[in-house]
Ligand binder design. Sequence first.
Ligand code: FMN
Ligand code: SF4
Length: 379
Amino acid sequence: MNVFEPAAIGSINLSNHLIRSATAEGLSTSQGFCSAPLTTFMVRLAKGGAGLIITGHMTVSSEGRAGERQLCIWHDDHLPALMDMTRQVHEAGGKIVAQISHAGIFANTSLTGEAAMGPTVRRKSDATICREMTSVDIRKTVKAFANASRLVKEAGFDGVQIHAAHGYLLSSFLSPHYNSRRDEYGGTAENRSRFLLEAVQAVRAATGDNFPVLVKMNANDYLENGVGIDDIIYAATAMEAAGVKAIELSGGTPESGKMIPARRGSIKPENEGYYKEEAKYFKEKIGIPLILVGGFRTLSVAEKFLQDGICDFIAMSRPFICEPDLIMRWKNGEQNYSSCNSDNLCYRPVHAGKGLYCLTQVRKKKPDVSLNPPSRSRY
Ligand SMILES: Cc1cc2nc3c(=O)[nH]c(=O)nc-3n(C[C@H](O)[C@H](O)[C@H](O)COP(=O)(O)O)c2cc1C
Ligand code: SF4
């Protein structure tokens, strides 16, 4: 299989097998509406040759917000600016899927003004309490995912991706580390995947049979008593039966130490594809397309993963921050690796409300540019 061959995920026809993984842009307006700079950002990615763009996480409800200037998608008022964005991306030849999310434990309480909620009560690292969700909260949140997906479809996106990775709400229910409930949402793999499955079914019902639904999940949490690949296979089998069109495998949470989703430090080609072993196992068991993210930096490595059948699509996040036109460059036969050094400085402007950009590139031109605020690698 050649990375530059066309491919499909459900009804989405991609011009190649290389995907921009969801990356919080922090470029919406302060009220969470799509802005002109965000549209321009997406059009650059489309022109740069990514076979599919997955947006940064868009929050399905006010209490699920994760960060400053995060896109919001719960009201018809959010539609017009998003419609304009999808139209411009399509005119530029791109395909775009919206990632929808609830931050759960990692909701930004200074933005939401209320306590974070998750599967089980716990004290957070900032000493605030995350409260345990009631069954009413769960039903309300399932409806919020369904409502958001209806808006995604109306806004003209090519599909929707449910964020169930990185310790966010749906991911935290899957993980025994976070979930010690004793009701039908905790305990067995079946119970821990129930919330995600209900969200998938509600999203499928809200968007209809022909609208592609994708899910991003953790292959491993790297936490004590965390989720493991067998739990994920259980959940993925249920997703496949529920009509999900592709699963993206990622890993880690903001609390996973060195094993956070965006690991810091330069990556040797032999270490690219953090979840290679889990992906091989996944491919033996699950029939729907597997998108693999995590540390891909070299075209020849991406080619090898596809040729060896380890996954069906390669997704990248940070390489597209410093080079939105990376795929065009690779296709033109220029230097076969990404110039991203994975130092994670790009988190800083997003957390400071300044929008996503490669701070390392800026600092190469202007070394005295401030490094404040301190780094927090989340999303
Ligand atoms: C600045 C930044 C923002 C991110 N935002 C999201 C997000 O909104 N949703 C998500 O699922 N992952 C998010 N991620 C994680 C990436 O999608 C990806 O899983 C991770 O960075 C590893 O891929 P990479 O090595 O290609 O960067 C983000 C990563 C970075 C660096
Ligand atoms: S700041 Fe630039 S070089 Fe550093 S990880 Fe982010 S995109 Fe890569």
